[in-house]
Design a protein around this ligand. Structure first.
Ligand SMILES: Cc1cc2nc3c(=O)[nH]c(=O)nc-3n(C[C@H](O)[C@H](O)[C@H](O)COP(=O)(O)O)c2cc1C
Length: 368
């Protein structure tokens, strides 16, 4: 067992900061995208085993997300409403200047005692850029810009005479004060990224601290991890891995499957189709065709990050075993979405998490 396999799995949840919940369906969803609900949820989540929360960034409506709270300001509000939760704010290079973002994170980190993190989103939604009057770069160029962005923010967070010279960004003898909170094992705020394409995997291996995979089978996730690790090794780095999953835990498997069936039966077909067309700008637009959503079926797209494919649907026992299967393949963190967040997060903490911890203890016993 490698070092990270002996560590307890970490859990994150998607912050429902856009309207319409995490599934593009007309099924009843008791999840609310407003602040009061989210504040309650964040506190509940940190008491139910969640170490991280991931805010979404969306500037305009798409596939039903008619209203959207901005990611960085919403993340800061959640940081200030909680005590231990680390909140990951999602940002787009191309819309943020890296120096301005680095400064924002340093302040958020100071205000929260070192709990701020970022998810660098390279973009799939062309309209978001063009409607804001910004150029839409081709896929590989978007990732080249994101990589510079990450190198730049890390330089500025850690150096007193920060220098950077790239094709997209420059920095001359810059001293950020105050710097973010540095501590044991944390030289700077953590940098997460998503994306399944070869461009995304390469960037993760070279510069990101965490690689997020869309929902996928254990084998599919393992292949992504292998690719990222190969690159990371060449650069003498360690990257950690998260995978997205939409979790439906019920007392019986039949009940859980029935919820999934209803979500898909009541899918907002028009919105799902629109989303399917928009995401062709992701990895599908590259020669290698390995990006997110390139082999997603209609039912997969109803959860817009392929969350059903992870198969976290069933009884607490079944789900816990499935989660351990991902851990065996190298996953360090499960990023979870739910239908009715308040109820489902409490159920997860009470019924699923204890079994995960028992199984982890049993695995440790086996190897010791
Ligand atoms: C866990 C996760 C979270 C993401 N969050 C966002 C988001 O909030 N907003 C957004 O526009 N894209 C988001 N993305 C999309 C990615 O940043 C990227 O644009 C997309 O994965 C396409 O990547 P690919 O072409 O490399 O496969 C997310 C992706 C993942 C895996």
């Amino acid at each position: 067992m490698n070092a990270s396999a002996s560590e307890p799995l970490k859990f994150a949840y998607w912050v429902p900061n856009v309207s319409g919940g995490l599934v593009v369906s007309k099924i009843e969803q008791r999840t609310d995208w407003g602040y009061d609900y989210n504040k309650r949820l964040a506190r509940l989540a940190e008491d139910n085993g969640f170490e991280y929360a991931l805010s979404q960034v969306r500037y305009i409506a798409s596939y039903g997300a008619a209203y959207q709270h901005e990611s960085t300001s919403f993340s800061l509000a959640l940081l200030l409403a909680t005590e231990r939760l680390k909140v990951i704010a999602a940002i787009h290079p191309g819309l943020w200047h890296p120096g301005v973002l680095a400064k924002w994170v340093a302040t958020a980190d100071q205000l929260s005692g070192g709990r701020a993190a970022v998810n660098v989103v390279s973009g799939w939604f062309k309209d978001e850029f063009t409607k804001l009057g910004e150029p839409w770069l081709e896929h590989g160029e978007r990732y080249r810009r994101s990589e510079e962005f990450i190198r730049y923010v890390k330089e500025i967070w850690t150096s007193e005479h920060a220098e950077f010279s790239g094709d997209f960004y420059r920095l001359h003898d810059f001293d950020l004060k105050p710097k973010p909170v540095a501590g044991e094992g944390r030289a700077h705020p953590e940098v997460f990224q998503g994306g399944n394409s070869i461009d995304a995997r390469g960037m993760a291996g070279r510069v990101s601290d965490w690689y997020f995979a869309n929902g996928n089978s254990p084998e599919g996730v393992e292949a992504q991890i292998r690719d990222v690790r190969e690159v990371a090794q060449v650069h003498g780095r360690t990257v950690r891995f998260g995978v997205n999953g939409f979790l439906i835990a019920r007392d019986t498997e039949a009940e859980a499957r029935e919820v999934l069936r209803e979500i898909i039966d009541k899918a907002d077909r028009e919105a799902v189709a629109g989303f399917g067309a928009a995401v062709k700008q992701a990895g599908q637009s590259t020669g290698d065709k390995t990006g997110m959503w390139q082999d997603s079926e209609f039912a997969d797209l109803v959860q817009y990050n392929d969350g059903f494919r992870t198969g976290l649907i069933g009884t607490p026992e079944q789900i816990a075993h499935r989660i351990i299967e991902y851990k065996r393949r190298g996953v360090n963190l499960l990023l979870l979405g739910f239908l009715h967040y308040l109820e489902d997060v409490a159920y997860f903490g009470e019924h699923v998490l204890p079994i995960v911890r028992e199984l982890e203890a049993a695995e440790r016993e086996k190897v010791s």
